[in-house]
Design a binder for this molecule. Sequence first.
Ligand SMILES: Cc1ncc(COP(=O)(O)O)c(C=O)c1O
Length: 442
Amino acid sequence: MKTYEYSASSALFQRAAKVIPCGVYGHFSPAPCVPIEQYPFFAARNKGARFWDVDGNEFIDYMCAYGPMVLGYMNPVVDAAYAKQMREADSASIASPRMVELAEYLVDLVPVADWAFFAKNGADVTNYAVMTARAATGRKKIVAINGGYHGTTPWMQAPGHHGVIEDDHKNMIRIPWNDAAALERAIDDNPGQIAAFIASPYHHPVFADSEMPVEGYWNRVQSLLRKHGIVLISDDVRCGFRLDMGGSNEYFGFKPDLICFCKAIGNGYPISALVGADALKNAAAKVFHTGSYWFSAGPMAAALANLKELKRLDGPRVMMEKGQKLLDGMVDIARNHGYTLKVSGAPSMPYLRITDDPSLMFHQRLCGECTRRGAFFTSHHNWFISTAHTDKDFKRTLDIFDDAFKALAEKPSEPTARAKKASAPKAPAKAKSAVKKRTVKK
Ligand SMILES: Cc1ncc(COP(=O)(O)O)c(C=O)c1O
């Protein structure tokens, strides 16, 4: 199978490194997340579930712009709604009717929502949620999960990150995921001081398996928070609309006070939303929060069209089923090559890991080899499935996955740090994931 070269991408990266800190920032900053020789750094165009880099290489995209692409790039329905709005008005001095229509639509769609507020990025709304909880309770402290990601504002980043100071964490309490007893201890140790508990509906850290909530976890959390007047914030920025159209909390059966949405809400157009219960509407109104482009109407029109289309297609179910099909095939191929591929998280947003090499280096090389053959996988982050991925894409992806194992078997001198299993089990096994299971037993 042909492998890709990235000469135009590399040349552009050299130019970028001179004028942009780090060349490419964020998740796709080369070290330590992606080996530079195996990945493209600049895309020229995209359509459906695919993109083409500046060297003309074609990729089936399993990162989906890190989540926003949910109906496929250049979706005609969403793009037509956006284009129509852009012919009328986008950024203006005052808000557009689309803002009201989108808020009304979300209030109908999301059972816990009595109101909605719009911004651009996930961190805009996780920050606004925390400010709203503080305004409502008059308390300072926030409980969050170890390894839980909520954006890049200093309080959200891990202590020790560059530019983050101790004071930024003074009011943050971090506890382990799936540990309601730790939450109870935090509440007991800080009586009357905790404004909010913020967590994703299920735990999806980087460089580690995703973890579903254990049975009873959200019930226990919810009742502890209610008892102590603490606001429950569901950070649904990443998995929102890939598990349930009403918010991922509906999938797991709990009722937050505030839900943060971003990524899949606009199929790539820049918009995020905070929705909340009536009891917090006045507090939200008192918090001053806005930005230069937060009234821009194009992304609101796109979000309305995107959500309606996702609902019409039963998007979350479709993505779960598509994801499961691909993952089952991948697990079988890995097994045929003598490896164990562990799948965790929702099939519409899976995290994968070859367990034979705990250093994750083999997994990183495997993802790189797949990418160089046209299946765009990263090794450190969960992947995303869209409704635009097709059976043909999956067939091609499985062929690529198979070929990548063969290529690595031919390069034993490179560090794989694994011991190939003496004999591979013959029977195909299903990927262990959560199509039907909403919680896991501990
Ligand atoms: C769960 C979660 N919350 C918040 C954010 C921050 O979103 P943004 O990068 O749009 O600010 C992210 C981004 O990946 C996320 O996954």
